[in-house]
Ligand binder design. Structure first.
Ligand code: ADP
Length: 485
């Protein structure tokens, strides 16, 4: 589903560009064919209408009005063809003089749409122009305008208006038949000049552009509707996915937390002696359980961020204690890989700060867990320092580092650098995304410095000003149970 939006957006953009391009090309074509000021003025007016996005019917009406206003042409009819209904022809507009003469002649002009079969039955020569896509000329109006008019009505109109020749131009745009324009003249076909044909061609082209634009705009609207529908569907799917992840993570985390608790009691010998052989196995199980809980915590945070339910629960806390306890919790993991892990605390106590302690713990766990994961050998240092303005915490490792070109993407959801994926296949790419959000919600900044093959430093700075006052509303809330580990 995700691929639909970019594709539809691209198509919609291309269509819009095509519409604009067509208008430009049409104007140029019209300018070229214009030979006198009257024709230029007529076409300029139609151009303006096309550019100002008026409806197709209005443009067709303008074309027929213009036709009857010109000195050379008497009147005309603009028709559009509908390919979906097997090529039926619908009258879009008739010139005012033709309209008046027809009304005077009888009840004609009722049937605006004629099917291809009806046109053939009436032996209208417009069918010939349309089917053969060529200009057709004749002298009897009844040969063209039936079944729009009855044969008698056609004869009367012809007489009233003094029509001596009829010319039909098919409207073909990019090899697609769009309709036809009938032109009526008071002079015989043999007397039609090159200029007459040039004007008819230009007017037909204008009608074609208007029709093509309408078709493209309809297509654009249709795509927009589909885009909106696809978007809504995606949003629903996304919300369902977040809800599913949230429920599943909650359900999985409770038993895992219980398992971790019992394992810790077993390792503390609360249930009796543990053999030398059993102890490392239990530690390994405890470690893996902690990792699973960490992943679930990240998943829960992400679904809260997506649902815009992510909030801090600030409480008075001591950062030195948090750093020390997280490091001692992560130490066995580092030791398993023979990595040393060292903590450097500030010489002066930082004092009480109002932070979300569980979320800051989660950030530190992620940084240290990554340092361990992505450091094959060497040491890790956790530095906590403070000035009167800000508190800084950094986790430095001597690991694989991050390729320069990928560093800007590190805090993007699900992003994992290629070298990291090669070294450790398992990983969610969510830890840093969550960490950034937690730190920024504390009005702080994340730190990332890395040299590929040499090591990385991940950390954060928190401004003291944002940590000194408890947010009264937040401080009253219970700490989030979801973050308990
Ligand atoms: P995960 O570790 O599960 O892949 P994270 O969001 O924690 O997800 O990290 C995202 C990516 O950032 C990692 O996949 C890795 O490419 C890079 N990264 C994070 N920390 C380190 C580090 N200490 N050393 C090298 N690369 C790191």
């Amino acid at each position: 589903m995700n691929y639909l939006i970019p594709i539809l957006t691209f198509l919609a953009g291309s269509l819009l560009a095509t519409v604009c391009y067509r208008r430009l090309m049409a104007r140029q074509a019209v300018r070229k064919s214009a030979t006198d000021s009257e024709r230029l003025e007529v076409l300029r007016q139609i151009d303006q209408m096309i550019l100002s996005n008026v409806s197709l019917e209005e443009i067709a009406e303008r074309i027929t009005a213009v036709i009857s206003d010109t000195t050379s042409i008497l009147g005309g009819v603009v028709r559009t063809v509908d390919q979906r209904t097997a090529g039926s022809l619908t009258v879009l507009a008739v010139s005012p003089n033709f309209q008046a003469a027809s009304e005077a002649a009888g009840p004609g002009l009722v049937q605006k749409t004629a099917t291809a079969a009806e046109m053939a039955l009436a032996r209208s020569r417009i069918t010939q122009a349309v089917n053969e896509r060529r200009v057709v000329t004749g002298e009897q109006l009844r040969d063209f305008e039936c079944p729009l008019l009855s044969p008698d009505e056609a004869d009367t109109v012809q007489k009233t208006l003094g029509i001596r020749s009829i010319v039909v131009y098919p409207i073909v745009v990019e090899n697609r038949l769009s309709g036809a324009v009938s032109f009526f003249f008071t002079k015989p076909a043999a007397k039609l000049t090159k200029e007459d044909h040039s004007l008819m061609q230009s007017l037909t082209d204008e009608a074609g552009i208007a029709m093509e634009n309408t078709r493209l705009l309809c297509q654009l609207e249709d795509m927009n509707t589909r885009l909106e529908e696809a978007n809504m569907h995606l949003q629903t799917l996304d919300a369902t996915k977040d809800e599913f992840i949230s429920i599943t993570s909650h359900q999985l985390r409770s038993p895992l937390t219980a398992i971790k608790g019992y394992l810790s009691m077993l390792l503390d010998r609360d249930f009796g002696p543990v053999s030398r052989a059993q102890a490392p196995v239990l530690r390994q199980i405890e470690q893996s359980t902690s990792e699973m809980i960490n992943v679930l915590n990240d998943l829960l945070s992400v679904s809260k961020i997506n649902a815009e339910h992510f909030e801090l629960t600030r409480a008075p806390a001591n950062l030195e204690d948090i750093v020390t306890s997280v490091v001692s919790e992560m130490k066995p993991l580092a030791q398993e890989k023979s990595l040393t892990i060292k903590v450097v605390l500030p010489s002066q106590p930082i004092g009480v700060v109002y932070i979300d302690p569980l979320r800051i713990r989660q950030v530190l766990i992620n940084f240290i867990d990554n340092a361990v994961k992505y450091t094959p050998k060497g040491s890790i240092e956790v530095h906590l320092s403070a000035t009167s303005k800000e508190i800084t915490c950094e986790v430095k490792d001597q690991g694989i580092g991050i390729p320069k070109r990928e560093q800007s993407q590190m805090f993007t959801k699900f992003y994992r650098a290629l070298n990291a994926r090669k070294l450790v296949t398992l990983g969610t790419g969510l830890g840093l995304f969550v960490a950034k959000r937690v730190i920024e919600d504390h009005h702080g900044k994340v730190i990332v410095k890395s040299v590929e093959g040499k090591g990385s430093t991940f950390g954060f700075t928190l401004p003291r000003a944002a940590l000194s006052q408890p947010d009264s509303l937040e401080a009253q809330r219970e700490p989030l149970a979801v973050m308990e580990v």
